[in-house]
Design a protein around this ligand. Structure first.
Ligand code: ZN
Length: 390
């Protein structure tokens, strides 16, 4: 396992972005936390498990915008690895927590069935490091989650005595919207007795998934966000986009209305290949690619993001290489190619058109983001990837 990052490694990362950062921030000693003046950071999980072959390989990619247009604007690390460790599964929740905590195995099982990720972090996430260091409200640190994955709500903060709920991110997902909508309806005193009884039952069922009680916090900015969503997409759930297109729409609206400084978008649909059909996998990659084009397009146009935003794109895990097995494109069997991923970074102080062909580790990304944002990340393992910066 990689060692804990030391002060010198951290300072090296900080030095690379010195224009933005103050390396002397001591959040626990400061009377008031400083405002944040560094770059916005958007982490895009090219998720649901993807192989290099269908994403970054120019001749076989299903992500043409990413491979042919975007990569030349930043640094591609084609050889990022998920370390092989006892107890380390190559899967979605694990990979996401490796990225967010900068460590391996930094989670505990919150009660899952087999192949049903339900992990909560035991070490601080990037959101917590960020909000502990700077005066940034929760609604400017966002996780954008898929509609069928309420377990990803757990990634907003860790069970850790020096961090935790006080420094959490907010989450945007259909799960959150449904809670908002039901609560609104129950407070309205409208509807038949049967409607009210049904809504109560549904609300109770959804709330039970959130045993840490985060969804009751009632942030007025989030309420405003969901009210505007409701006005456009109504109550039925039939009008809004679904799957990973929904995540793109949530991310675009969040950028316009909430102005997140740190946001992670958890794309996931390539995972539908678990049902056995290869085209589910390749089509989902194309839909993520379209999402990238929309999100980068907005970041290029919007003055809040233009020239002051770092984008990081990274898969949660890879997939098996042999398409001829009985269950092709899986990722739970610890094969080598399920560990083989990549990362891409672009932004105002990041090199352009560079392929950084050295082996790095998925757990190094959190230290790298910490260096970009000028925040101490004392619990991460591994050093920041300093060579990204110009
Ligand atoms: Zn999966």
């Amino acid at each position: 396992m990689a060692r804990l990052v030391n002060r010198r490694d951290f300072a090296k990362g900080i030095g690379a972005t010195a224009a933005f950062c103050s390396a002397t921030v001591r959040p626990d000693l400061a009377r008031a936390k400083p405002n944040y003046h560094g770059p916005n950071v958007i982490i895009i999980r090219f998720g649901g498990g993807v192989r290099r072959r269908e994403t970054i390989a120019p001749k076989t990619t299903f992500a043409p915008f990413f491979t042919h247009s975007l990569i030349k604007r930043g640094v591609l690390i084609p050889d990022l690895m998920i370390e092989k460790l006892e107890g380390q599964n190559t899967s979605h929740a694990e990979g996401t927590l490796n990225i967010l905590t900068g460590r391996y195995l930094a989670w505990q099982d919150a009660g899952s069935r087999i192949f049903d990720d339900r992990l909560e972090p035991t070490e601080p996430t990037l959101f917590e490091y960020f909000r502990k260091t700077y005066a940034v409200p929760a609604h400017q640190t966002l996780l954008i989650n898929g509609e069928d994955r309420p377990q990803e709500e757990f990634f907003a903060f860790a069970r850790h005595k020096h961090y935790g709920i006080k420094y959490r991110s907010e989450n945007l997902s259909l799960y959150r919207y449904k809670l908002y909508k039901l609560k609104r309806f129950l407070r309205s005193n409208k509807g038949t007795n049967e409607d009210i009884a049904n809504a109560r039952r549904e609300y109770k069922k959804l709330k039970a998934m959130d045993y840490r009680g985060v969804t009751g916090l009632n942030d007025p900015m989030l309420n405003r966000f969901w009210e505007s969503w409701r006005q456009d997409y109504r109550d039925s759930g039939l009008l809004n986009p679904r799957g990973d297109r929904l995540l793109t729409e949530l991310a675009l609206r969040a950028m316009k209305n909430l102005k997140p400084r740190l946001m992670m978008i958890n794309y996931q649909d390539p995972d539908y290949v678990h049902w056995g059909n290869k085209s589910h996998y390749t089509r989902a990659i194309s839909i993520i690619d379209q999402g990238l084009e929309s999100i980068i397009g907005l970041a290029d146009r919007d003055p809040f993001y233009r020239r002051r935003t770092n984008i990081i794109i990274v898969p949660d895990c890879g997939r098996d290489a042999n398409p001829l097995t009985a269950l092709p494109y899986q990722h739970h069997f610890n094969t080598r190619s399920a560990h083989e991923i990549w990362a891409f970074a672009m932004g105002p102080h990041i090199a352009k058109g560079k392929i950084y062909d050295r082996r790095y580790d998925q757990s190094q990304l959190a230290a790298t983001v910490g260096a970009m944002m000028g925040m101490p990340t004392p619990r991460v393992e591994g050093a920041a990837i300093g060579g990204l910066f110009t």
